[in-house]
Design a protein around this ligand. Structure first.
Ligand SMILES: [Zn+2]
Length: 431
């Protein structure tokens, strides 16, 4: 029988429950699904074969907290803390954002993701319909939904209109892909948060929210709500097994218990947190409490790139430095970028390379000097691989990065479109 795609002779880091690593293995793909993984059973008859001799193959990476369209603001407000960063960014967003500019920024973000081995992202931004359309055309798995802030956002919607629009958008979305994205508990009042919680319950939507990112945020939320962000989310019906907390840095012991009991996940964003001096998430305590700790890049406006290889190392190194070597091992770090991400977003078909799962694969360059030698494929992937080593990417069975060439995204067009926005962005920022 002919299959659609065969990745042959690879070292396959499956990230299955036993964390199996196959050597000299073949991955067969039919349509969008992996049909077999392991030693080749015989000659392979495939429409397309990727010769991965000597290559490490890992599952497509899941970016559990990002704002893809913010690639357009990359590097606009560096070396500032979160509060001053937002003060510089918000006028630019107000002046620039539209269906067209969000589509352009998202296309650039998806190009960057694919070249980084990211096949799925949980997004939060204005004009989510524009982002979703770009992602669908590119074959990129973008999750997200209506964003909520208290002010009329960049799309000009006041809160009541926003709620009605969001209800229509959710009703038109497949049930397992419904998300609401209340920005945070500092940019929404209690009534608004309650309304978003009720909307999520009505539509069975999952929740993507910033929470406990900085010490300053804790102060704002205490002044506004008299509680911690996690307590506010709980009281608004926004903390549950379908919730992803972006950042989750400054969790009190009580918050940690609430998060663990709720089944919510944390999207750890070490690059953003370290660059903005937001702090260090309590990863060992979260893991010990059974909280899924996924990995996010945050938006490129704050952390400057969409690089989960960097994020893996920036997660690993401070943990080793602060908690001791081996407290969180390489495989646990890779799990954050794969299986925990899949669990956080409620996508059991993602995150591992197993028969029956969606065919999201990253094939690292077998001829990369910096991946040679490799005594342990997991260690190599976490501690040595960089996105420059990503050579082929398969997303939903489609070869979207083919020997480093993007096949579904017009990267030159995306770069030109975002570059063209530069003067408008600068003019809006300096006002
Ligand atoms: Zn964010």
């Amino acid at each position: 029988m002919t299959t659609d795609l065969a990745v042959v002779d690879a070292t396959v880091v499956t990230m299955d429950a036993a964390r199996t690593v196959h050597h000299g293995a073949t991955v067969l793909v039919d349509g969008s699904t992996i049909t077999s993984v392991g030693p080749p059973a015989g000659p392979v008859d495939a429409r397309r074969t990727i010769d991965a001799r000597g290559a490490i193959v890992v599952p497509g990476l899941v970016n559990a907290h990002t704002h893809l369209a913010m690639t357009m603001f990359r590097g606009l407000a560096d070396d500032l803390d979160l509060e001053r960063f937002l003060a510089r960014l918000l006028p630019a967003e107000g002046a620039l954002l539209s269906e067209e500019t969000v589509a352009a920024g998202t296309a650039l973000g998806i190009a960057e993701c694919f070249r980084s081995g990211i096949t799925t992202a949980l997004d939060m931004y204005f004009f989510p319909e524009a982002s979703a359309a770009v992602a669908a055309a590119a074959g990129f798995d973008l999750r997200g939904g209506p964003v909520f802030v208290e002010f009329a956002g960049a799309d000009g919607r006041r809160f009541a209109d926003r709620l009605a629009w969001a209800g229509d958008l959710l009703a038109a979305t497949a049930p397992d892909r419904r998300w609401v994205c209340p920005h945070s508990t500092y940019l929404l009042d209690a009534h608004q948060l309650d309304a978003v919680g009720a909307l999520a319950a009505e539509h069975g939507a999952r929740v993507h929210v910033h929470a406990c990112e900085t010490v300053a945020e804790l102060g704002l939320v205490r002044d506004r709500h008299g509680r911690t962000p996690v307590e506010v989310l709980r009281d608004s019906g926004l903390l549950g097994p379908g919730t992803v907390l972006g950042h989750g840095v400054h969790l009190s012991d009580g918050d940690l218990e609430l998060v663990a009991a709720s089944g919510a996940a944390v999207a750890h964003c070490p690059a953003s947190n370290q660059k903005l001096a937001s702090g260090f998430a309590r990863v060992p305590e979260l893991l010990a409490a059974g909280v899924p700790v996924a990995l996010g890049t945050d938006g490129a406006a704050s952390a400057n790139d969409l690089d989960l290889w960097l994020a893996m190392r920036l997660a690993a190194y401070p943990l080793a430095a602060r908690e001791g070597v081996g407290t969180v091992a390489a495989a646990d770090v890779l799990a954050m970028a794969t299986t925990a991400g899949a669990r956080a977003i409620g996508a059991p078909d993602l995150g591992t390379i197993e028969a029956g799962r969606r065919a999201d694969l990253v094939v690292l360059d077998p001829s990369s000097p910096s991946l040679t030698p490799s005594f342990d494929a997991v260690s190599t992937a976490v501690y040595a691989a960089a996105r420059a080593d990503v050579r082929w990417v398969v997303a939903g069975g489609q070869v979207v990065l083919d020997d480093r060439r993007l096949t579904t995204v017009d990267v030159d067009g995306a770069i030109a479109a975002v570059r063209e926005l530069g003067p408008r962005i600068l003019a809006a920022t300096s006002r």
